[in-house]
Design a protein around this ligand. Structure first.
Ligand code: MTE
Length: 304
């Protein structure tokens, strides 16, 4: 896969310079600042972005949940290097008009990538603000043609125990799987991310392509996707299947509905300085104006 042009070619210089100093301070000099050639990149921030200050590259790439590489937050940064992400293809099937194995370049063809700074909150009550590079999942689903009987979208992570040490244990029911209702999947806030901070997506963050659903708890945002299936019934979801009382299918961020083992009323912002400490959690992670309508008439304490 060709990885051109440089982010510096498409980003206003002032932004690029501030990014460079940020990344230099994170000691990230080894990173290749390139993105796929096939993608037209809009340098502007998405209108759906949050105004909150982003976490540093260092924070975003060293404090991760990716159990295929271990359960410590530092394991993915240490062990994900061994994952082969090029070539990569995603098998898209089920209730679609044009099923098939789509290479990453096909997927990105004609798609404009935008910078989207989203708050991302994990279920264990910590959050980060991450400048993702991505595109709406809806544009891919439109490309493959969703059939009228489809009601849900199922996602699956790559199964590769030889490269993913966690998959050699029975910690989870591998491969990691997740799902969304079709209207959630088609919402413009739901993106497939292929980068962050203007760089290709680091492996510990789910390279080469992962889901980001910013109004939901982090476990919905499945990494390193190899399979997307349109279905007419609710798909299998790994954490819901592990512990249904703790992890529901919807998993909308909601300070009013506690996890059985801890409060969801506040969260700890990862990082130092001004944003340190606990802050009250906002319903739908602050995206209520955009997404609350999806759940009109639903009891969110039952559909957690
Ligand atoms: N995807 C896979 N395949 N395996 C995982 O363990 N962890 C999830 C989600 N996606 C996970 C995954 C959880 S619990 C969270 S909070 C987010 O990824 C973390 O994303 P980040 O490491 O980029 O912050």
């Amino acid at each position: 896969m060709t990885r051109d042009p440089k982010w510096s070619d498409v980003t206003p210089k002032s932004l690029w310079l501030s990014r460079r100093s940020l990344m230099a301070s994170a000691g990230a000099g080894l990173l290749a600042s390139t993105l796929p050639a096939t993608a037209k990149i809009a340098a502007a921030k998405s209108p759906l972005s949050t105004d909150a200050a982003p976490n540093t590259y260092e924070e975003i790439t060293t404090y991760n949940n990716y159990y295929e590489f271990g359960t410590d937050k530092s394991d993915p940064a240490a062990y994900a290097k061994g994952l082969t992400t090029d070539p990569w293809s995603v098998e898209i099937g089920g209730l679609v008009d044009r099923p098939g194995a789509y290479g990453l370049d096909d997927i990105l063809k004609g798609v404009s990538l935008e910078e989207r700074i989203y708050r991302f909150r994990c279920v264990e009550a910590w959050s980060m603000v991450i400048p993702w590079i991505g595109f709406p999942l809806a544009s891919l689903l439109d490309k493959v043609g969703v059939q009228s009987g489809a009601k849900y979208v199922a996602f699956q992570t790559v199964m590769r125990p030889e490269e993913m040490p966690g998959q050699r244990s029975r910690l989870l029911d591998w491969p990691y799987r997740e799902g969304l209702r079709l209207d959630e999947a088609m919402h413009p806030l739901t993106i497939l991310a292929t980068g962050l901070y203007g760089e290709e997506l680091p492996k510990q963050n789910g390279a080469p392509i992962r889901l980001v659903v910013p109004w939901k708890y982090g476990f919905k945002s499945i990494k390193s996707i190899v399979k997307i299936t349109l279905t007419d019934s609710e798909p299998y979801a790994t954490w819901k299947n592990m512990a249904a009382r703790e992890y529901g299918f919807y998993a909308n961020v909601n300070p009013e509905v506690d996890h059985p083992r801890w409060s969801q009323a506040s969260e700890r912002r990862i990082g130092a300085g001004l944003f340190a400490g606990r802050v009250p959690t906002e319903k739908f992670n602050g995206y209520g104006d955009q997404v609350a309508g999806l759940y009109a008439g639903m009891d969110l304490s039952k559909n957690y």
